[in-house]
Design a protein around this ligand. Structure first.
Ligand SMILES: C[S@@+](CC[C@H](N)C(=O)[O-])C[C@H]1O[C@@H](n2cnc3c(N)ncnc32)[C@H](O)[C@@H]1O
Ligand SMILES: [Zn+2]
Ligand SMILES: [Zn+2]
Ligand SMILES: [Zn+2]
Ligand SMILES: [Zn+2]
Length: 359
């Protein structure tokens, strides 16, 4: 293991000195400020609306490496050339009169769920509910949404979804319910402070600054949403073809060659987090991870640009490294891999379930 150096950079970035100089020059020009924000990681992180409540910090106690200069932090996906969100006229939301209605099958946001996926409240914790509320939980109303409503698990993903590949349907800006609706977990965003840190052997990694519960939403995987053709072009331009794959995630949850919606016929759009993303772009792979990626849909008209939402699938202690399985359990085609071992990256996840190679 590499010797730990005393360098400790809290939220620093290569441009930090320049930024401070910029501040001293005191608003010399708006353009200067804009340029600094373009280039300064710390300025980008500080401008996040959650900076006070759930800051992202950066530390390196291993070597003198800084975050890649060609990378910038963003707070939402960026639609690349040729990628558009649905037209206003195609947008729709639910008409639920009360927020609590958005948990049940009648909510239009949950209309695309297979009814077999609806479940009763059996795994909710009802202790602490008054008798009137308990009585109102009619067993006839099938709970369809993805989260627990009551007790200490409120807001956490239901256990049966932890291993499923089903998409999560959430309420959104176009719905009649309030921003506090229980079905807006991903929309409300990250609440956990995270730290990007230098690992001894896998470059940068991410650890949590607070404990995280099993089923808790952590953050979205952000990036530039690009066409499949552009993704292929970027793969081809990469020195090692598969190296690019660790940053590209296909938005293929709803891809169906038979679809009447041209945007869902495929090939799917992809999210490239290499050059612009949130802290999740620095999360390393593990063959026995503590998080999983779920497809999350808000407005149904935007299924082609669905979110990639990371949820904890284990209880995670404060300061523990966050990981997810880059291929979600899928193993490579052994014929395709034959003879390419020298091109492959050895997996250093250290778990007893390790599949030995990253790709
Ligand atoms: C999406 S990036 C993660 C952040 C990366 N560590 C960095 O410093 O930018 C993926 C890259 O991280 C490294 N990596 C991630 N998980 C790894 C693992 N389990 N074993 C070895 N290298 C890993 C590989 O270099 C991989 O190409
Ligand atoms: Zn609703
Ligand atoms: Zn709602
Ligand atoms: Zn809704
Ligand atoms: Zn592994």
């Amino acid at each position: 293991m590499a010797k730990i150096k005393a360098t400790h950079i809290r939220g620093a970035c290569p441009m930090q000195t320049k930024v401070f100089r910029g501040l001293i020059r005191a608003k010399s020009s708006k353009q200067d400020n804009k340029d600094e924000k373009e280039n300064c990681h710390w300025c980008q992180l500080r401008s996040f609306p959650t900076h006070k409540t759930a800051p992202i910090t950066v530390v390196n106690e291993i070597d003198s490496q800084t975050l890649p200069q060609n990378f910038r932090f963003i707070n939402g996906v960026v639609l690349g050339t040729g990628v558009t969100a649905a037209d206003l006229s195609f947008r729709s939301g639910c008409t639920c009169g009360q927020d609590e209605d958005c948990q049940y099958s009648g909510c239009l946001c949950l209309a695309d769920l297979d009814q077999d996926e609806a479940s009763d409240d059996a795994d909710d914790d009802h202790s602490g509910l008054d008798s009137a509320t308990r009585a109102s939980l009619s067993p006839a109303r099938k709970k369809a949404y993805a989260y627990h409503t009551h007790g200490h698990k409120a807001g956490l993903l239901r256990s049966k979804l932890h291993t499923s590949k089903l998409p999560l349907y959430e309420c959104h800006q176009g719905c009649a319910c309030s921003p506090d609706c229980p079905n807006r977990v991903v929309e409300r965003g990250r609440t956990v402070p995270l730290q990007i840190f230098r690992t001894p052997d896998r470059g940068w990694g991410v650890r949590t600054q607070e404990s995280i519960k099993k089923g808790q939403f952590v953050d979205r995987y952000l990036g530039e949403v690009i066409t499949s053709a552009e993704a292929d072009r970027r793969r081809d331009a990469s020195v090692v073809y598969h190296r690019k794959d660790v940053y590209l995630f296909a938005l293929d949850k709803f891809t169906d060659p038979q679809s009447l919606d041209a945007r869902l016929k495929g090939p799917p759009l992809e999210v490239d987090g290499e050059f612009m993303s949130g802290p999740t772009r620095f999360i390393n792979h593990s063959c026995d991870p503590n998080m999983r990626i779920f497809a999350r849909v808000g407005d149904h008209a935007d299924k082609h640009i669905h979110d990639l939402a990371l949820f904890a699938i284990k209880d995670i202690q404060r300061a523990e490294e966050l990981t997810f399985d880059y291929v979600d359990g899928a193993s490579g085609d052994s014929e395709e891999l034959e003879g390419k071992i020298e091109d492959m990256t050895k997996c250093l996840c250290g778990s007893s379930k390790c599949r030995r190679f990253l790709w």
